[in-house]
Write a protein that binds this ligand. Structure first.
Ligand SMILES: [Zn+2]
Length: 44
C-alpha cells in the first residue's frame, strides 16, 4: 500500500511494504505492483 507524506511542501509516496519513497505517484504505484516485499519480514 502506498501512503502520502508531505514534507517541505513536497508530497512523497511511500511504499508501506518495503519503505521505498517516491516523489511521483505513478512511480510509486508502478513499484507497488512489482514490489516483492508482499510478505512481511518477521523480526524478533
Ligand atoms: Zn515496495
Amino acid at each position: 500500500m502506498v501512503t502520502l507524506d508531505e514534507r517541505d511542501e513536497t508530497t512523497w509516496y511511500t511504499c508501506e511494504d518495503c519503505g521505498l519513497m517516491f516523489d511521483d505517484e505513478d512511480d510509486a504505484e508502478r513499484h507497488e505492483e512489482r514490489c516483492d516485499a508482499t510478505e512481511p519480514t518477521y523480526i524478533q
